[in-house]
Write a new protein. Structure first.
Length: 145
């Protein structure tokens, strides 16, 4: 859950970007996300693979890869659509009908809202993971008795 919390923190800090943020302000925010992914991804993969029977490791590995790919191929477009919707609602696109012509304030509003939603999703996932982990620990303690 620590990785998910770092991801959520990174998303929340990205939601505070302004139109005049400098490179340093952007980099420290995105580095939280990078560290969060690193802290989350390896233990998560290890936990999944560690619970798989030896003769099913290939299948489980394939399903893990499939779930990651499905998440990326649906998550990015959905978050992109959310960004566009929020940016348009905040005053974009510009007169040419292209979001690239939108006023900076509209783009900032789209980014802020999108990363707030992402942070909420990460926090919800962290709660689910913590509850599942506690349940698993209880089951292990009961099995030992």
């Amino acid at each position: 859950s620590a990785g998910l919390l770092l991801l959520a923190a990174g998303c929340l800090t990205l939601s505070t970007l302004t139109a005049d943020v400098d490179v340093t302000g952007y980099l420290w925010r995105t580095s939280l996300i990078g560290v969060g992914f690193g802290v989350f991804q390896s233990p998560s993969n290890s936990a999944v693979m560690g619970t798989a029977p030896r003769d099913r490791l290939g299948v489980v590995s394939g399903l893990l890869s499939l779930s990651r790919t499905l998440g990326q191929s649906t998550g990015f477009p959905l978050m992109g659509a959310l960004f566009v919707g929020l940016a348009v609602a905040a005053g974009g696109p510009g007169t040419g009908g292209d979001l690239a012509d939108a006023p900076p304030a509209a783009l900032v509003a789209g980014i802020a809202g999108t990363f707030r939603v992402a942070a909420l999703l990460m926090l919800a996932t962290a709660v689910v993971a913590a509850v599942a982990w506690r349940g698993e620990r209880r089951a292990l303690r009961s099995a030992r008795r």
